[in-house]
Design a protein around this ligand. Structure first.
Ligand SMILES: Cc1cc2nc3c(=O)[nH]c(=O)nc-3n(C[C@H](O)[C@H](O)[C@H](O)COP(=O)(O)O)c2cc1C
Length: 225
């Protein structure tokens, strides 16, 4: 068993090692089992009310990669050289509103809640969406709420990648409307159940990492004693 201090050191080293990799080595491919490990870390990520409102689309197809590169300015330099490229789709209002069929199925089939319990849970979510977070005014607030959950999976996957020496670059540099249009044409949005949330390139750096620049600890941490 690795001791706590060594583990902490390893995690900090991974945080230092990780940087938004701009150029990937085209000759290095992530082993299949390592990439599956990253996807598994994403799958196990937490989400509000346990919605799991995501789908991880791994794009290895050259033609689609080229189309994405032509549409997403923030992907420049990462495609086509990244070993693996993931689009994080997020479920839309159709599937995330408290009375959606998706939520019912999630509670029943995935969580295994008995009907009565599920109904109570749905009422809680209804109140949350209507009153607490006011998510039902238009489609975007609920989509953005679901999208926030996908960033948790994204973050866990990038951290796990760094821990095993894999580089990554998160990408939200794209026009959402055009990207959704492209993905719709490719048949990836499942009848409006999904929209694009964020993307991420994974692979191995082609050049040295630049110096890490961050605000000071005291500037970003506030203690209330
Ligand atoms: C959600 C998100 C989206 C980002 N989108 C892009 C992008 O489209 N293209 C890019 O080159 N970098 C992108 N970045 C990288 C950031 O610019 C980078 O993480 C930040 O400047 C801190 O640098 P570091 O990650 O190298 O420490 C994104 C980062 C995050 C967290």
């Amino acid at each position: 068993m690795i001791n706590k201090e060594d583990k902490k050191q390893q995690i900090l080293e991974a945080a230092e090692f990780r940087y938004a990799t701009k150029n990937f080595d085209p000759d290095r491919i992530i082993p299949e089992e390592d990439f599956r490990f990253l996807l598994e870390v994403g799958r196990l990520s937490p989400s509000s009310f346990g919605y799991e409102p995501w789908r991880f689309v791994v794009v290895q197809n050259e033609e689609l990669r080229q189309k994405i590169k032509d549409t997403a300015w923030g992907a420049f330099g990462k495609l086509p050289d990244a070993s693996h490229f993931v689009i994080f789709l997020s479920r839309t209002r159709k599937d995330t509103q408290y009375d959606s069929a998706y939520l019912k199925e999630q509670l029943k089939t995935v969580k295994g809640l008995p009907d009565e319990h599920a109904q109570k849970f749905i009422s809680r979510i209804e109140e949350f969406q209507k009153e607490d977070f006011q998510l039902l005014d238009g489609d975007r607030p609920l989509f953005d709420w679901a999208s926030k959950q996908t960033y948790i999976a994204l973050s866990n996957m990038m951290t796990a990648a760094a821990e095993i020496g894999i580089d990554s670059c998160p990408i939200e540099g794209f026009p959402m409307k055009e990207m959704n249009q492209l993905l719709e044409e490719e048949g990836l949005l499942e009848d409006g159940s999904f929209g694009i949330s964020v993307m991420c390139a994974f692979g191995y750096r082609a050049e040295d990492q630049p110096e890490k620049k961050r605000r000071s600890f005291d500037d970003i941490v506030q203690w209330i004693d």
